[in-house]
Write a protein that binds this ligand. Structure first.
Ligand code: SF4
Ligand code: ZN
Length: 368
């Protein structure tokens, strides 16, 4: 309970600071400026394709505003923290979508995916109204080459009616719902990540998704590598076990997010006091190796933040090369030979960390 209390205090303090800072500014940032979109080559279920990413501002993740949110997440700080009118949100989406359509002719790409981020739950109608959800899906349905539409949601907003309502708008596409289950370990999830998701609610939502037969609706699991208050060695094992668990529950794809330390979070608070370090890149490689060999569903390892001061890190000699090889592994869905055999002088420090972190009660930080 202590973690939740401190987490909530840190979050409230952070939100207050952001609001004060914004109030003091004469030129208020327009709502459109909270949106973003970009596109790049990315892995789809069956092939490498063209993926469009769209970030939409919403009033903010309800879980973060009410409970303090997850201990590693700072999305709320990027939200406008105010109510957004539905028509305004539609206009913001239209602008971002238009930008992407101007950048490329979608019909020139055989396989396109669209990933929609709302810094919260797309299926929560308090965050994204039905009218807005349907407008967006109707736009996507105009393009046959869009093969996958991916949104994110907490389990409590995943219900049969919403899924069928949206699935019926894009009947020929894969409609994927990413759920941030983060780990199979309920204690870690509830008490260290403060995710507010029980195994029961996760499993129930995956079943709801899989029981719909009329449309191709699939569940993806987001898994966090190295939450706070978890030794690196245990974090690696938990990540590997979580993949097996998610597959057994009926998840069709996995996305690992190795922790990066974001300002205004409990993770940041602990990191500044030397009580938390992001994972070693070696740890993420160990997870890739084990999961590719033992869990036969698509898996990607996110490399955002790799090699930065607040992100997963090895040493300056190998950070960039390993990031490149992990991206290659994501695209090909296999372990490149070079990654399998890769070694560097910093590997022995990682191995020593895994062996002695229990004694030191922390990992070292020799990552320069
Ligand atoms: S990880 Fe998701 S549920 Fe948790 S605080 Fe961030 S946006 Fe909200
Ligand atoms: Zn190295």
């Amino acid at each position: 309970m202590k973690v939740q209390t401190i987490n909530k205090q840190i979050r409230e303090h952070s939100i207050e600071n952001i609001k004060n800072k914004r109030d003091r500014k004469k030129d208020k940032k327009p709502l459109q400026a909270y949106a973003a979109s970009w596109a790049n080559k990315d892995r789809l279920y069956d092939c490498v394709g063209y993926t469009i990413f769209i970030v939409l501002p919403t009033s903010g993740c309800e879980w973060a505003t009410k409970s303090g949110g997850c201990t590693m997440c700072s999305y709320i700080a990027d939200s406008p923290l105010c109510e957004i009118d539905d028509n305004e949100l539609i206009e913001i989406f239209d602008n971002e979508w238009k930008k992407q359509l101007e950048k490329t002719d979608i019909s020139s790409h055989e396989n396109v995916a669209v990933k929609l981020f709302v810094s919260g739950s797309f299926l929560n109608t308090n965050e994204v109204d039905e009218k807005v959800q349907e407008h967006i899906f109707n736009e996507f349905n105009k393009y046959d080459n869009i093969k996958e539409v991916i949104v994110e949601s907490k389990p409590e907003y995943i219900d049969e009616d919403s899924l069928k309502r949206l699935g019926s708008i894009i009947p020929d596409k894969i409609f994927e719902i990413g759920i941030g289950v983060e780990t199979l370990n309920e204690d870690t999830r509830l008490n260290k990540i403060n995710k507010g998701i029980t195994n029961e609610s996760f499993e129930k939502s995956v079943n709801i998704i899989n029981n719909i037969k009329e449309y191709d609706i699939r569940a993806k699991a987001y898994l966090l590598v190295k939450p706070i208050l978890l030794p690196e060695k245990k974090a690696i094992q938990e990540s590997i076990d979580s993949a097996k668990y998610a597959k057994e529950v009926g998840v069709k794809r996995l996305a690992y997010c190795p922790a990066t330390v974001h300002a205004g979070t409990l993770m940041d608070y602990l990191w500044k006091r030397g009580s938390y370090n992001p994972p070693w890149i070696w740890s993420t490689i160990e997870i890739i190796k084990q999961v590719r060999k033992n869990v036969d569903i698509p898996m990607i390892m996110d490399t955002a933040g790799f090699g930065t001061r607040r992100g997963p890190f090895n040493c300056k000699k190998c950070n960039s090369k390993l990031k490149e090889l992990i991206i290659e592994s994501n695209l090909k869905q296999e372990i490149p030979k070079e990654l399998e055999e890769f070694t560097c002088e910093c590997k022995s420090k990682w191995e020593a960390d895994l062996e002695f972190e229990d004694v030191l009660n922390t990992t070292t930080n020799p990552k320069t």
